[in-house]
Design a protein around this ligand. Structure first.
Ligand code: ADP
Length: 286
């Protein structure tokens, strides 16, 4: 697991309304036609403060398992803060304080008996800037396995992760070369391989692909679609077209750290409940 490099009104009803279909067990068809799944992450009235400043207000949402959930909204509205809550990366920011409940598989990740390092093995993270270590391609991918004390076949797991990240064909004959030699798009996929090698359940992505050219972006987007068959993906993006293309669910954060609307992606983009969301989606502000 890598470490980080370190106005309109949303209604209470919007904040507390359950995800459509979230009460349905297993895969099924929701009213708006998107397959629904059991929630793996449930946020209940999560508030985050940096010192005296409140960055998130009463965030309540159910994130479905093995689906892609996109978090969109203007800069500074709390998307990354929320993402970091999920695997307790905010613990690393001394001024950050989180209250409310954040359940992962029905267990509050903020309970005192939860080990954040173990949690981050199950909930991996990929950052905006690919951050390969100055190590070989193989060692980059094996890094999380070492931390985990993995005693199986490391090379086989490295191969599997590189295949899962759609990078194997491009690097299998140069696994001993430095990860830093790869192109930006390849480095991104290398970081995805590193995140999936320890076999997490959830992968958090903070604006992946935002610095990539269109071809590399589309490769990363295809990869996200592929990995969501096995993993739950939560992605922060400022790119609405990207959210519309790759996600099943979308949460719209607006100023003041409010989650104004959370629903099936198609509903958010075609028929949002809130005028503010429509204005944001149609580019009237943000
Ligand atoms: P987004 O991801 O939507 O751009 P962020 O989660 O980065 O938003 O930021 C939400 C708010 O929290 C902003 O006002 C930002 O300035 C503040 N913030 C983010 N990180 C920190 C930090 N480490 N220390 C203090 N304030 C922070």
């Amino acid at each position: 697991m890598s470490e980080p490099e370190t106005d309109a009104e949303g209604t209470d009803e919007a904040l507390s309304s359950p995800t459509p279909g979230s009460e349905v067990a297993g895969d099924s068809q929701s009213d708006s036609g998107v397959l629904t799944a059991e929630p793996i992450i449930q946020s209940r009235d999560v508030n985050v403060f940096y010192g005296d400043e409140q960055a998130l207000q009463n965030i309540t949402m159910d994130i479905p398992e093995k689906r892609v959930t996109a978090l969109i909204g203007p800069s500074g509205c709390g998307k990354s803060t929320f993402l970091r809550c999920i695997n307790r990366m905010n613990d690393l920011i001394s001024t950050a304080r989180v209250d409310g409940e954040l359940l992962f598989s029905d267990k509050n990740v903020y309970d005192t008996d939860v080990d954040p390092v173990a949690l981050r093995r199950k909930i991996g993270m990929v950052f905006q800037q690919p951050n390969p270590f100055p190590k070989s391609i193989r060692d980059n991918v094996a890094y999380g396995l070492e931390i985990q004390g993995f005693d199986g076949d490391v090379d086989a797991r490295v191969e599997e992760a590189l295949k899962g990240a759609a990078l194997w064909d491009e690097v299998n004959d140069r696994l001993d070369e430095s990860g830093l030699e790869l192109s930006g798009g390849q480095q991104h996929r290398l970081c995805i391989a590193r995140a999936i090698a320890p076999d997490p359940e959830v992968i958090l992505m903070d604006e992946p692909a935002s610095a990539l050219d269109p071809v590399a972006t589309s490769q990363v987007e295809d990869l996200i679609a592929d990995i969501s068959e096995e993993y739950t993906v939560v992605i922060v993006t400022h790119n609405m077209q990207q959210a519309a293309r790759i996600s099943d669910k979308t949460g719209v954060f607006l100023t003041g750290g409010e989650l104004v609307e959370f629903d099936d992606t198609q509903k958010i983009f075609e028929n949002p409940e809130h005028q503010r969301v429509e204005d944001y989606i149609t580019g009237k502000f943000g």
